[in-house]
Write a protein that binds this ligand. Structure first.
Ligand code: SF4
Length: 350
């Protein structure tokens, strides 16, 4: 049955057959802390007969979210430590995040910004805050790339997006604009001519980083939405989170990366899950992640290889964490391991 409006409460979830009525009380407690939204397209994708459905696991709240562990933190990747003005995160010298909105069309249960997004989150920048954020970008000539994230920037109307992007377009030293979004997957019908024209209105090189974690998310409609963006000259790269019970399986991960490449989306980042509160049930060890990523080598084309990264807790930025396939031996020799796990010697430089 196709729903026509987003699911936002424990009652909605029970009515849609996504939780048992007996779970409503616990899920209401989750809802009082973390936002809930499941778009109609995502609700349709959920297999209600499968108690371990990987789509449901990403979006249907679970009582496990009420369990906090000592290592978890409200701001796991340390945005706050690098925010000179509201809405700006300036962590790396040549690029910034511009967070104009803190709402999303769906709320992922593992979200690394779950304390900032949603109706009780940081909200939308006021006109004065947006002016200050744009003034910050203009005053910093080292800023080459602006990454619109949030929240999901594509929830803004085409008119609002165009207003912001035209202001970015007027800043000479900004050469690249990137959007981090789930909209092409979770609300594919919104990728229409007006929205695409707005996304391109900065006149800069325009990239979309599309967030999806399971191959079933790349439906025909989602692939169509991605194709409309790509055919309009927007480059799409992927970003996924490695999640226990969703994609922690070599075949699922391979299928996801192949689905991106078939859709002309270049696999970009595979994130190790962050230490966001109440998300311990999604986290796997770094060793498990490294083994999964190593399993992609040889299994799928080089085009399908993402970079496995960890955002270092505290705001120190990203680090590549794939296991190395090369080890230095004595005398300038190296041992290199091939995709079948066989070791080979590489000679010293002559
Ligand atoms: S779309 Fe991004 S910001 Fe929004 S809930 Fe999901 S992970 Fe968080």
């Amino acid at each position: 049955m196709t729903a026509h409006r987003p699911i936002r409460t424990a009652g909605d979830l029970a009515e849609a057959g996504l939780i048992d009525a007996s779970a409503e009380e616990a899920i209401s407690r989750v809802a009082s802390r973390y936002a809930i939204a499941i778009s109609p397209a995502v609700a349709d994708l959920i297999d209600r007969a499968d108690p371990h459905d990987p789509i449901a696991r990403q979006f249907v709240p679970d009582a496990a979210e009420l369990t906090l562990t000592p290592e978890e933190r409200a701001d796991p990747i340390g945005d706050g430590a690098h925010s000179p003005v509201p809405g700006i995160v300036h962590r790396y010298p040549d690029r910034v995040l511009l967070k104009a909105v803190h709402v999303c069309p769906v709320y992922c249960r593992f979200c690394f910004r779950r304390e900032m997004v949603g109706p009780q989150g940081l909200g939308t920048l006021t006109p004065a805050e947006l002016d200050a954020a744009i003034a910050y970008l203009a005053a910093h000539p080292e800023i080459w790339e602006v990454i619109l994230t949030g929240g999901d920037p594509l929830v803004l109307s085409p008119r609002r997006l165009q207003e912001i992007l035209e202001r970015l377009g007027a800043i000479e030293h900004v050469k690249v604009v990137r959007f981090h979004t789930r909209v092409p997957v979770v609300e594919p019908h919104r990728i229409d001519a007006d929205l695409i024209a707005a996304l391109k209105s900065s006149g800069k090189a325009t990239y979309v980083a599309l967030h999806a974690n399971h191959p079933r998310e790349l439906t025909g409609e989602a692939r169509g939405a991605a194709a409309r963006l790509i055919d309009a000259g927007i480059v799409i790269i992927s970003q996924s989170v490695l999640l226990k019970g969703v994609n922690d399986d070599p075949e699922v991960l391979a299928e996801l990366m192949r689905a991106f490449v078939e859709t002309r989306i270049k696999p970009y980042y595979l994130h190790h899950p962050d230490l966001a509160p109440g998300t311990g049930h999604f986290r796997l060890s770094i060793e498990e992640g490294q083994a999964l990523v190593a399993s992609l080598r040889g299994r799928v084309s080089g085009l399908c290889q993402p970079t496995y990264i960890l955002d270092i807790p505290g705001g120190y930025g990203k680090a590549v964490i794939s296991a190395s396939s090369i080890e230095a031996e004595g005398g300038g020799c190296y041992t290199v391991t091939d995709f079948r796990g066989n070791a080979h010697t590489y000679p010293p430089q002559g």
